[in-house]
Design a protein around this ligand. Structure first.
Ligand SMILES: Cc1ncc(COP(=O)(O)O)c(C=O)c1O
Length: 384
C-alpha cells in the first residue's frame, strides 16, 4: 500500500523545544541596531540592557518591587545562582517529574549536599502538590519541558509561606500565567518561548528573596559569577543592567526584538492565546487518532508549550526505534525538525507549541505526522 503525502506543507518546519522558533517576523536585518563593538557599560549598552529588564517586567506583568537581573549561562546559570546563594538556611523540598527538575535535585543533594526532602513523579505525572510544606524552601519546575507536564496553577502555594519558592519557569514564561505573589525566585532563558538567543538567563527575585540574600550567607564559597551580594547588600547594578560580566549585545538586541514582537501580538495574553491554539490543534489530532496520545495523563497538567506525545498502537514492535523513525521521516521531508522526545524521556515526540509557532504550521504538519506513522507501520510490517 502506498501512502499518499499530504498536499500542504508547513511554511516553517521548526518545532524544536529549544532553541525555539524565532518570531514569524524575524530576520537578521532586525538586529541592525545592536550595540556591537561598544562597551556594554557605555550609555547605549546600559540603555539596551535596562530596556530588556523593563520590557520583561512590562510584558510579564512583574510587580514593581521585584528585581529582574540578566545573568550568565542561560536558565541554568540563573537557577544555579539561586540554589547556591539561597539554600541551606532551612529545610528544602525538591519537586521533580522530569529531567530538568531531576537535574536540580542532583545539584542540591549531591553537590550542595543538602539533606533535602525529594518528591518525584514519573514522566507523564505530577508530584502530590498538596503534600508540600511551605515552612521549607521549595524548588520546582513550572513546566517540565521533557515530559510536557506543568503545574496547573499556583493555588497550591501557600500565601503565608515561611520558606521561599524557587521556580524554573524557562518553558513557561511568556506562555502561561505566572502568579508573581507566589513565586520568590523565577528563572527563564531567552532561547525558549520568545525564540531568543541562548547565552543569558533571567533571574527574578521577590522582596522576600532579596531579604534572604541580605540576611543569610551560605556555608560554601561562591564564585564571582554566582555572587548576588557584596558586604551583605544586594548588588543592585545586576538588576539595572550592570551585568556581572560581559553580555552579548547581539543577543540583547534579539531579545529586545522578541519583546517588541510579543507586544505586537497582544503581550502575554496574546502569547498565551497563540500557544493554546497550537496546543488545541495537537490535542484535536490526538482525539481523532487512536494511535497517539498525550504523555501527560491529567488534562489539567498538560503543557501548552512542550507537548509530549506517545504512540499507543499495539502493532508497534520497538517503541523507541519507531518514534525515532517517524521523527526522521518528518525531518527528511523538511516538515518537522527536532521533534524527537528528549533523550532521557520515554519514547515519543515533542512538539513545541509556544507563541512563536504559527497555528497554520502545526495544522499543516499534523497530516504529515499521520503519513509518517502509516509509512513507518508499513515499513515495520514489511521488514518483519
Ligand atoms: C525546564 C528547563 N530548565 C532548564 C533548562 C536549561 O536551559 P538553558 O539551556 O537555557 O540553560 C531547560 C532547557 O530546555 C528547561 O527546559
Amino acid at each position: 500500500m502506498s501512502i499518499e503525502q499530504p498536499a500542504t506543507r508547513p511554511a516553517n518546519p521548526r518545532f524544536s523545544s529549544g532553541p525555539c522558533a524565532k518570531p514569524p517576523t524575524f530576520d537578521l536585518t532586525k538586529l541592525a541596531d545592536a550595540a556591537l563593538g561598544r562597551s556594554h557599560r557605555a550609555a547605549v549598552g546600559k540603555h539596551k540592557l535596562k530596556a530588556a529588564i523593563e520590557g520583561t517586567r512590562e510584558v510579564l506583568g512583574i510587580p514593581a518591587d521585584y528585581k529582574i537581573g540578566i545573568v550568565p549561562a542561560s536558565d541554568t546559570g540563573a537557577v544555579e545562582m539561586a540554589l547556591w546563594s539561597l539554600l541551606g538556611e532551612r529545610k528544602v523540598e525538591m519537586l521533580a517529574w522530569e529531567s530538568f527538575g531531576s537535574g536540580w535535585v542532583t545539584d542540591v543533594v549531591k553537590q550542595l549536599k543538602i539533606d533535602a526532602e525529594v518528591k518525584t513523579a514519573d514522566y507523564g505525572q505530577l508530584v502530590d502538590l498538596a503534600s508540600v510544606d511551605f515552612a521549607n524552601d521549595v524548588v520546582f519546575t513550572w513546566n517540565g519541558t521533557t515530559s510536557g507536564v506543568r503545574v496547573p496553577n499556583g493555588d497550591w502555594i501557600a500565601d503565608d509561606r515561611q520558606g521561599l519558592t524557587i521556580c524554573d519557569a524557562t518553558s513557561a514564561a511568556f506562555a502561561m500565567d505566572l502568579p508573581w505573589d507566589k513565586l520568590d525566585v523565577t528563572t527563564f532563558s531567552w532561547q525558549k518561548v520568545l525564540g531568543g538567543e541562548a547565552a543569558h538567563g533571567m533571574l527574578i527575585l521577590s522582596p522576600r528573596a532579596v531579604e534572604r540574600l541580605e540576611s543569610y550567607t551560605p556555608a560554601w564559597p561562591l564564585p564571582k559569577i554566582f555572587r548576588l551580594t557584596k558586604g551583605g547588600k544586594l548588588i543592585d547594578g545586576i538588576f539595572t543592567g550592570a551585568t556581572i560580566n560581559t553580555p552579548s549585545m547581539l543577543a540583547v538586541e534579539d531579545y529586545l526584538f522578541a519583546l517588541d514582537w510579543a507586544r505586537s501580538v497582544g503581550g502575554l495574553q496574546g502569547l498565551i492565546a497563540r500557544a493554546n491554539a497550537n496546543t488545541g490543534a495537537v490535542h484535536a489530532f490526538c482525539d481523532q487518532n487512536d494511535w497517539i496520545a498525550n504523555l501527560a495523563e491529567d488534562a489539567a497538567t498538560q503543557s501548552n508549550t512542550s507537548v509530549c506525545l506517545k504512540f499507543t498502537d499495539t502493532r508497534i514492535q520497538d517503541g523507541a526505534t519507531f518514534a525515532k523513525a517517524v521523527a526522521k521521516r518528518l525531518e527528511a521531508e523538511n516538515i518537522a525538525l527536532d521533534i524527537g522526545a528528549y533523550r532521557d524521556a520515554p519514547a515519543g515526540l515533542r512538539i513545541w507549541c509556544g507563541g512563536t509557532v504559527e497555528t497554520s504550521d502545526i495544522e499543516a504538519m499534523l497530516p504529515w505526522l499521520a503519513w509518517a506513522f502509516e509509512a513507518e507501520i508499513a515499513a515495520q510490517t514489511k521488514a518483519a
